[in-house]
Design a protein around this ligand. Structure first.
Ligand code: ADP
Ligand code: MG
Length: 283
């Protein structure tokens, strides 16, 4: 029988050391030792593993909140067979996160529902788990926050903060028109991060349409100049996962834009990276 005062002393120490999970599992571990199921060293090992796992989970949870990653997606949860134009090995290589060390820009392009946000989120979650600092935002929210900072006279601090993150994910480029002056603000951020920090950008529009997206061809050209240098371009050409069960309900003229029609052309499979199309479906 373990002397109760020793257990009390261990508990006091665990409180002092701020080890709540170890405190929680201590009694059960002691019982297992008493019943001869485990020796003392085994119990110590188990208690410490419990505490470490608890801390690691808490760290990741907090970092996900700080990153503004509110919807969590995983690469395991992505069905690559649904998207045959997408090379699974390229995505898995990105998940090793070397693109972050190289401060590269990853472009995920494709029509709505093809998994761009899912993949961007899953890669961002991998980065958070690996201890990298991540900021995730839609383009509209990002520009909104920069515009607010400009009004408040804190634009420099805001850009400095956003430039410090190891990975900046900008989702949904091209869905909403950029507010006047927004392209300029985004350019200042891109210039601050250029060759210093990695980015993942998702868009349903081809690069040729960026002049229209940003409402200013000069800003768009300057943006693309930086964002296509050290870039990885991944083009998804397939059907919408959202509409996969409702293909028959979608009008023919929408379907004919390749929104949900199945990928029929096998030549799409080996499309080399870096090629872009101006006729990407918008919307
Ligand atoms: P996009 O950003 O390209 O418009 P999303 O990534 O938001 O598309 O995908 C739409 C929904 O479908 C999300 O809930 C996403 O998790 C899911 N989804 C898309 N593609 C796949 C896939 N290949 N496997 C599993 N889920 C997918
Ligand atoms: Mg999306």
């Amino acid at each position: 029988m373990t002397v109760p005062t020793t257990i009390d002393s261990i508990k006091r120490s665990l409180v002092g050391l701020k080890m709540p999970r170890a405190l929680e599992v201590l009694d059960a571990a002691v019982r297992r030792v008493e019943q001869g199921e485990m020796d003392g060293v085994g119990a110590l090992d188990q208690i410490l593993i419990e505490e470490l796992t608890h801390r690691e989970n808490r760290r990741v949870r907090t970092a996900l909140l700080v990153s503004r990653l509110t919807t969590i997606k995983s690469l395991q949860g992505f069905d690559f067979t649904f998207q045959p134009s997408l090379d699974r090995s390229r995505i898995m290589a990105l998940a090793e996160l070397k693109f972050i060390d190289r401060a590269e820009v990853v472009h995920l392009l494709g029509p709505p529902g093809t998994g761009k946000s899912h993949l961007a989120t899953a890669l961002a979650v991998e980065a958070v788990k690996a201890g990298r600092s991540v900021v995730f935002s839609t383009l509209a929210d990002l520009i909104g926050s920069l515009a607010k900072a400009e009004r408040d006279g804190t634009l420099r601090e805001r850009i400095r903060y956003l430039a410090r993150a190891s990975l900046l994910v900008v989702d949904e480029i091209g869905y909403l028109p950029v507010t006047p002056g927004g392209g300029n603000l985004f350019f200042q951020l891109v210039a601050a991060r250029y060759e210093k920090g990695a980015m993942i950008l998702t868009s349903n529009r081809g690069f040729a349409e960026w002049g229209e997206v940003f409402g200013d061809p000069v800003v768009a050209t300057a943006l693309l100049d930086r964002l296509l240098h050290h870039a990885v371009v991944i083009q998804i050409e397939g059907s919408s996962y959202r509409l996969r069960q409702h293909a028959d309900l979608v009008p023919e003229h929408v379907r004919s834009k390749a929104l949900i029609s199945p990928t029929t052309s096998p030549r799409r499979r080996g499309r080399p990276p870096g090629r872009t199309k101006a006729d990407l479906t918008s919307g």
